[in-house]
Design a protein around this ligand. Structure first.
Ligand SMILES: Cc1cc2nc3c(=O)[nH]c(=O)nc-3n(C[C@H](O)[C@H](O)[C@H](O)COP(=O)(O)OP(=O)(O)OC[C@H]3O[C@@H](n4cnc5c(N)ncnc54)[C@H](O)[C@@H]3O)c2cc1C
Ligand SMILES: NC(=O)c1ccc[n+]([C@@H]2O[C@H](COP(=O)([O-])OP(=O)(O)OC[C@H]3O[C@@H](n4cnc5c(N)ncnc54)[C@H](OP(=O)(O)O)[C@@H]3O)[C@@H](O)[C@H]2O)c1
Length: 452
């Protein structure tokens, strides 16, 4: 059976591994990615100072070394290749395209300069080619990060790291340079609900207390009345609360940069200064309401304050991009699916032999490891649905390469990627870093054309 997997992030790689290790069927996998580099958010999302997490790429390298696997990088579905092309050349298709669109606050002036979706900031410091020219103006002293998830935590931490903490990481060289000259002294992390509802995880929260030059600040008032129900399953909340309580009890260090935690506030308007850039953020105080189903909702009280910040980074989640030819669920903002089988969004009938895994299936929730079981689960459907499919005659395997060549696409193989990897690692060694990323697609392709 021949399968196309679109997207080389964790979900795509775990799906490939689950297909390739089958002993009942021989599966040939062609994995496409719009970038010349594999690994999705492991390369372009995971924070540069969390190198241990990136070690998962060694597992994906083993998958890539399997004889019936091929990587076809620098091929974008919807631009270089259509869904119709895939249907012609493959028995089954797996969409593993992640969540590359931002969610918006939907408040006035959200689009002005220095109000920057967190995906742009993260892509910029991680050297994602799409964001290498992003305008990240760090001449301001105070920044608000909206959201209480781990992405908000990552963004705040990178803003507050010292150059010494950053230079031994694989942060993009342009970001390292800009952060060396950063004037940011205070960051506010803003949660619309309370500390008990925050989705950041204790190890990530705890890191702020261990940084070189950061004072985590919590007003004890923010924690007043917080109650963690003593039932099973609340360990994360309990640990978070304990960490926040320890921050509230800390003696302030006058010289350190400050990280302020604020809860039960929602942005209502980005305030523009005379230069048209962010000059403040209007916040409405919330009260929390327990719903009949037990969930807790934030409701505005009408009480407004203006936070004096010069930059706003909304970190409130992501959504799948729409790709021509793939059914889209407008409400959930993912590829329309029933448990991983792609469906028509209206009739909910399955589109035969098309599947979706990872964040494109579920939305932006879950750690890298969670995709292993989730992708394998969808592969079980593929195997069940695929019985006898291999009898359908396809063009020869390399026909897709000829098609792409004819369209002027320089396809990047896994061996090509390994060459780029070697170049990046050698460049990084010069500054004592694990790698120094090439951030420009043309530069990557040029490097490969010149045979390095
Ligand atoms: C900032 C950030 C930090 C994170 N840090 C951690 C962490 O420390 N630990 C942890 O466990 N989890 C972390 N996560 C979560 C983890 O990264 C995700 O769970 C995981 O990457 C989602 O996998 P995926 O394969 O669905 O999507 P992705 O990893 O996003 O991969 C999608 C791939 O599809 C490709 N693609 C998209 N569109 C097309 C197209 N049209 N044609 C071809 N290719 C396409 C993309 O280039 C990309 O390579 C983090 C997430 C973010 C956003
Ligand atoms: N180090 C790590 O392990 C790491 C690092 C980064 C990401 N990740 C993982 O990647 C996934 C995505 O992370 P994430 O931080 O983007 O998602 P998340 O955990 O869902 O956090 C999103 C935050 O945005 C808030 N929010 C949503 N809409 C809002 C609005 N209109 N106004 C104000 N706040 C709003 C949410 O508040 P409500 O709760 O009130 O909705 C929540 O606090 C998670 O599974 C995360 O654990 C892991």
């Amino acid at each position: 059976m021949r399968v196309a997997i679109i997207g080389s992030g964790p979900a795509g790689f775990y799906a490939a591994e689950a297909l390739l290790r089958r002993t009942d069927t021989v599966v040939h996998v062609d994995m496409f990615d719009r970038l010349p580099t594999p690994y999705g958010l492991v390369r372009g999302g995971v924070a540069p100072d969390h190198q241990n997490i990136k070690a998962v790429t060694r597992v994906f390298e083993k998958t890539a070394a399997r004889p019936t696997f091929r990587f076809l990088g620098n091929v974008c579905l919807g631009r270089d290749l259509t869904v119709a092309d895939l249907r012609q050349h493959y028995h089954q298709i797996v969409y593993a395209v992640g969540n590359e669109a931002d969610r918006r606050l939907g408040i006035p002036c959200e689009g002005i300069a220095r109000c920057t979706p967190v995906a742009v900031f993260i892509g910029w410091y991680n050297g994602h080619p799409d964001y290498r020219h992003a305008k990240i103006d760090l001449s301001v002293s105070r920044v608000a990060v909206v959201g209480n998830g781990n992405v908000a935590i990552d963004a705040a931490r990178i803003l507050l790291c010292t150059p010494a903490e950053l230079e031994k990481t694989d942060i993009a060289a342009h970001a390292l340079e800009a952060l060396r000259n950063s004037r940011v002294r205070e960051v506010y992390i803003l949660g619309r609900r309370g500390p008990e509802q925050a989705s950041f995880t204790p190890p990530e929260l705890k890191e702020f207390g261990e940084m070189e030059n950061v004072d985590p600040v919590v007003d004890p008032e923010e924690l007043a009345g917080c109650v963690i129900p003593q039932t099973a399953g609340n360990t994360q909340q309990e640990k978070n609360l304990k960490i926040l309580q320890s921050y509230a009890a800390r003696q302030p260090d006058a010289k350190a940069k400050k990280l302020h935690f604020r809860f039960r506030v929602s942005p209502t308007e980005v305030i523009a200064g005379a230069d048209g850039k962010v000059a403040g953020l209007a916040l409405e105080k919330n009260r929390l309401e327990v719903q009949p189903d037990g969930t807790v909702r934030a409701r505005g009280t009408g009480e407004i304050e203006v936070l004096d910040v010069g930059m706003v980074l909304p970190a409130i989640g992501f959504a799948a991009e729409r790709i021509a030819g793939i059914p889209y669920d407008e409400k959930a903002r993912v590829i329309a699916n029933e448990d991983g089988r792609v469906v028509d969004p209206v009739s909910r009938t399955a589109i035969a032999n098309e599947y979706v895994v990872g964040w494109a299936r579920t939305g932006p929730q879950g750690l890298i490891g969670s995709h292993k079981g989730a992708s394998a689960h969808v592969v079980e459907y593929m195997i069940a649905d695929g019985a006898g499919l291999e009898a359908r005659e396809l063009p020869e395997r390399e026909a897709i390469d000829s098609l792409l060549r004819a369209r002027g696409i320089q396809v990047v193989s896994f061996d090509d990627w390994k060459q780029l990897d070697d170049v990046e690692v050698a460049r990084g060694a010069r500054r004592g870093a694990p790698r120094d990323k090439i951030v420009d697609v043309e530069a990557m392709l040029g490097t490969l054309r010149q045979g390095l």
